[in-house]
Structure formats: C-alpha cells, structure tokens
Write a protein that binds this ligand. Structure first.
Ligand code: ZN
Length: 299
C-alpha cells in the first residue's frame, strides 16, 4: 500500500518536475523536515514553561464566590470570571460581562476586581441581615405576604361553598326530570349550572395551587440566623438568587424562605445603601475609587 503510494507520488513528481507546483511542494517538504527536527526541541521547551508556571495552574482553582449568580444589568449576559497579569507579574482577577468579554455586543459594563465586588456583596449582606431593624422589616413583609395568601384561601372557601350549592341544584333538577317534570326551562337551567360547575372546578384548582405552608416569625428568623453562620461561599449559595451588576449599582435578589408563586410580583425591596470602596493599583499613585448603590430585594 505504502509502496503503491510512493510510486504514484513519484510518477506525479516526475511529470511536474521544474514546474512551479513542484518547486512549491519541494519547499513545503523542506519545511516539514525542518519542523520534524525542531519540534521535539520546541515541545521540551514548552513543557518546561508549563511546569514552571505553577501560579498559572493554580489560577484555575481560584474560587469566584459569586460565580453563576451575577448577570450584567445592561445587556443581560452572565458576568463571568476573568484574569489579567499586572506589570509586576501579579495576577489579577475580575468579574466581567460575558457580552463584553466575548464581544457578543457593544456592552460597556466595566470589569470589577474580584475581591472588591465580593467584599461589597458579602459585607453588605452580612451587615443588613445582622441589623435588627432590617430583619424586623423582612419578617414583617414576609408575614404580610403569607397573610395575603391566607385571605386568598377565603376565596377558595367561597368557591367550594358555591360548588356545593350548584351540585345540590343540579341534583334537584335531575330528580324533577326523573319524576317526569322535564321542561325546556329546567334543561336550560341545568346546562347553565353544569357550565358554572366546570368554571368553579377550574378556579378551585388554581386557588388550591396557591395554598402553601405558613412559616412563623421564629422560623423566618431562624432561616436568617442559620445563613449568617455559614462561610461566605455557602452564604451566597444559600441566600442569593441573583445579582444584577451595573457600573454604579448592584441589585441583590435574595431567595425567599417562604415558597414563591409565579403569578406574584418580583418581590419587595428591604435595603438600599451607598457603598464607597477604594483600593490600590500597582504602579499607580492614586487609589481607585468605586461607588455603588446596593439595593436588596426578596423575591
Ligand atoms: Zn453586559
């Protein structure tokens, strides 16, 4: 097989000898021979570089606490981890909008230093949840939502009562028909009642789906006490549903300890504060300064 291939190539080469194509091919072959000689040398060098770059290897393991929780407030793409090396060789880590990083759009949202953003988020979450006034407000609002839901149960009770009345009315008409008292009016009334009964069943099913277990004030407080005892990574996973990042604003959406209904609003806001943070940048005389308005919601 190999011999046959060689023979074919030889014939092809003889035919095209001294043509431009032949000269080009000969050059290519020469390059390949040189590469064959040099490649092992290059590979060894490359291997050495990888092994010496231990810091680079570790960078993959850098823990981005807010990973998978942030999205860009401008373009809606997720905000992902990014890194760069400073002039002094120090590796820096960032949170950067995916739309901007992958050039998927012309999003202008600037990258934020990893440790800076994580500090703002974790500190403000702990600060607000440890504040008794904020906690009281959260508990008050959550209890209010639960009470509203309980009121909807009154609606459920009314619907069930109407369904019982309709059933009795249908049964009465049925007996009247059986006793030979069938009239067009009675038949029409029965069809109306049956239609109403179908509607009631649908409404009852909807209201029943909204019925959820009610938490006490103590249980809601315990939920937050438990969260505050967790390490930052678990705290973020347990409490935070989503963070929306703007250049001057951070919206933090918390999970709700009470189950949420899809037809309810986006939740309520319980804290808003302006946070200023400054940090030094290598080879720069002045410190960088960031000001964010942090707004918190429970969904
Ligand atoms: Zn963006």
């Amino acid at each position: 097989m190999v011999n046959h291939l060689r023979k074919t190539l030889f014939i092809r080469f003889s035919k095209m000898k001294d043509t431009q194509e032949y000269i080009d091919l000969r050059e290519k072959c020469l390059i390949i021979s040189i590469l064959k000689l040099c490649l092992p040398m290059y590979l060894k060098k490359y291997e050495k570089k990888i092994n010496s770059n231990k810091f680079g290897k570790k960078s993959i393991e850098v823990d981005f606490l807010l990973r998978n929780k942030i999205k860009c407030g401008y373009c809606g793409y997720s905000v992902m981890s990014d890194s760069g090396t400073a002039h002094n060789g120090e590796k820096k880590y960032y949170y950067k909008c995916r739309g901007r990083k992958a050039k998927l759009n012309d999003c202008h949202n600037k990258p934020v230093r990893k440790e800076v953003l994580e500090k703002i988020v974790i500190d403000s979450v702990i600060k607000e949840l440890s504040n008794p006034k904020t906690r009281d407000y959260i508990v008050f609002k959550l209890m209010e939502i639960q009470e509203e839901r309980a009121k909807k149960n009154v609606v459920l009770n009314l619907l069930q009562s109407e369904k019982r009345t309709t059933e009795t009315a249908i049964n009465n008409i049925m007996s009247a028909i059986e006793q030979g008292g069938s009239t067009n009016t009675a038949m029409k009334r029965m069809r109306e009642l049956e239609q109403r009964q179908d509607e009631l069943e649908k409404h009852i099913a909807i209201e029943k789906s909204k019925t959820v277990a009610v938490l006490t004030k103590k249980e809601i407080n315990n939920y937050y006490e438990k969260a505050l005892q967790l390490n930052p990574k678990l705290l973020v996973n347990y409490l935070i549903k989503e963070i929306v990042l703007f250049e001057d604003k951070i919206e933090i959406y918390y999970n709700s300890p009470i189950p949420t209904n899809p037809d309810e609003s986006r939740g309520f806001s319980f804290a808003s504060e302006v946070i200023e943070i400054s940090y030094s940048i290598p080879f720069r005389k002045y410190k960088a300064n960031l000001i964010y308005t942090v707004i918190m919601y429970i969904q």
